[in-house]
Design a protein around this ligand. Structure first.
Ligand code: DHB
Ligand code: MG
Length: 219
């Protein structure tokens, strides 16, 4: 919808303004042939604000892509803060590393390449502090698995944000051909019975079409 795009354009102009670094990040990602499925700028800034609001110093991201949301999240961190981002595609990870460098946040961010479940296994063998914030935005069919891994590893009061939970409404279409839609239903049905979190979700329209995100707070 043109109107959704125009309203996003209005909001981004008023609330974000020109961001030469992010412009370069997006054009570098486009030139490298990455799919343009990064979060919208206003979603990215919302991620940063949420991270700042809870004073996050430890962040985990599933799905780096070109590092656009990664950079927004990293901007919320103090110099001593750390973000780990997981990416299955080595070519995407390479683009992200260059983008993180260009954005001046590379020191705070570790890009780990490989299937996330393998990387998580490796991380379990290393000592690490609980996360303040987890952003799940990777292969949609693994969403519930990533969520289940994350909950016990987020500190009480920490948050988990899950992208793409509405999928143009396919979420509630039981006949949907989109495997991601069924995956999101599995996720919500799990959360419904999960006493460890308080959760809400919003559907969104904008420059990225009709979708939505879930926000969960660990008790
Ligand atoms: C897709 C993935 C995303 O994370 C997103 O925000 C939009 C689309 C996709 O795989 O199509
Ligand atoms: Mg997404």
């Amino acid at each position: 919808m043109q109107l959704w795009e125009d309203v996003d354009e209005y909001l981004c102009t008023r609330l974000i303004g020109r961001d030469a670094i992010m412009d370069r990040v997006l054009s570098a990602s486009r030139e490298a042939g990455l799919p343009e499925i990064n979060v919208a700028p206003n979603q990215g800034k919302l991620l940063m604000l949420l991270a700042q609001a809870i004073g996050a110093t430890r962040i985990l991201e599933f799905g780096t892509l070109g590092g656009f949301s990664t950079i927004w999240l990293a901007r919320a961190l103090p110099a001593s803060g750390r973000l780990v981002t997981l990416e299955v595609n080595p070519a995407f990870a390479e683009v992200a590393r260059r983008n993180l460098q260009a954005a001046g946040v590379a020191e705070r961010v570790q890009v780990r390449v490989g299937p996330a479940m393998d990387t998580l296994k490796a991380m379990e063998a290393e000592p690490f502090e609980p996360f303040d914030l987890v952003f799940i935005d990777a292969d949609k069919v693994s969403t519930c698995a990533y969520y289940q891994w994350s909950v016990p590893r987020v500190r009480p009061g920490g948050i988990i944000i899950v992208d793409n939970v509405v999928r143009e409404g396919e979420l509630i279409n039981l006949q949907s051909a989109d495997p991601g839609a069924g995956a999101m239903r599995d996720f919500f049905e799990f959360v419904q019975k999960d006493p460890r979190v308080d959760a809400s979700a919003l559907q969104t329209v904008g420059s990225k079409g009709h979708d939505g995100f879930a926000l969960l707070r660990v008790r």
